[in-house]
Design a protein around this ligand. Structure first.
Ligand SMILES: [Mn+2]
Length: 307
């Protein structure tokens, strides 16, 4: 089986159609059908930000129902579940707070589905069925970070093929709990705190000390090696050695596909074993796929972009 691993759609249904066409998929009454012996694999973040979120979800969902695709859960689906799930311990409140910041990230989705509608409930129920990671044997797929301890915890707590249950969800929304750590790590990646006295300015102009990392880096020595910061900010990240408890590590074993990181420029590999296929389709970037044909060492010629 060959896999077409497709990055974060964020409601860009037109880009999805263009990419599927380019990959040789054809549209039938049941939905999009792949070429023989192929399957699509989606990396999550189907929703938020874009103009046609329901259409994008339905396209992916019908492919999964027909056995033509799989998808993992992104942080935006996990957030959507929390936003819509009442807290058992605090009537009137939700697992994810309805703060102005959380609302603004999710407002387009809520408007497009109709907040509180049957469609909204239905889609949230479906999001709970998306696995946080997929080990397909020859490849592994996760939205942001394949970290084996997190994978093991979620494997124990979320039965494969079953929706995420209320107990797990409540624990995963307790800041600092093992379940929270695991879901944060898998869907948002590894973040570390810069040493005292150091900070950088993020794309929104906010001064930060917590920085996303290239957890896949093959010889991580310093903060500067692994920090993911915007143009012009790299010099602000110190060249100090990483702390002993730094949890990032290069991948060995089967290749790992990720989304989430808002890449720009020409699609390229993170390492021979790691490919990020998110090239900012939510902004002005293309939707990108990696066409996997069985190779255990990835090849940058296998990227396909549309839009
Ligand atoms: Mn994401």
């Amino acid at each position: 089986m060959g896999y077409d691993v497709i990055g974060d759609i964020h409601g860009q249904a037109d880009k999805l159609e263009a990419l599927l066409r380019k990959l040789g998929y054809v549209h039938r009454a049941s939905g999009w059908v792949p070429p023989q012996e192929r399957q699509a694999v989606f990396l999550g973040d189907l929703i938020d930000r874009g103009p046609e979120q329901v259409k994008a979800v339905n396209a992916v969902r019908s492919m999964i129902d027909a056995g033509h695709a799989r998808s993992v859960m992104g942080n935006h689906e996990f957030n959507a579940i929390g936003y819509a799930t009442p807290r058992r311990d605090a009537p009137g409140e939700f697992l994810r707070r309805h703060s102005p910041k959380n609302l603004s990230q999710h407002a387009d989705f809520l408007r497009q589905v109709g907040e509180g509608s049957d469609l909204h409930r239905e889609l949230v129920w479906w999001f709970k069925s998306l696995p946080p990671m997929l080990d397909l044997g020859d490849i592994r797929v996760v939205h942001a970070w394949w970290h084996q301890p997190h994978v093991d915890l979620v494997t124990r707590r979320v039965q494969s093929g079953r929706a995420m249950d209320e107990d797990f969800l409540h624990e995963a929304y307790v800041n600092g709990s093992p379940e929270w750590e695991a879901m944060e790590g898998l869907t948002k990646g590894l973040e570390i705190r810069l040493p005292d006295g150091h900070s950088f300015v993020d794309h929104g102009g906010v001064e930060r000390r917590e920085v996303r990392t290239k957890w896949w880096h093959e010889e991580p020595r310093s903060y500067r090696d692994v920090a993911i910061v915007g143009d012009g900010q790299h010099h602000r990240v110190p060249d100090h050695p990483l702390p002993d408890d730094y949890a990032g590590a290069p991948v060995d074993g089967s290749p790992v596909f990720i989304g989430h990181y808002w890449m720009t420029g020409r699609p390229g590999l993170q390492s021979p074993k790691v490919a990020c296929v998110d090239y900012s389709a939510a902004k002005n970037g293309p939707l990108v796929a990696y066409r996997w044909d069985g190779e255990q060492e990835l090849d940058s010629r296998h990227f396909v972009a549309a839009g």
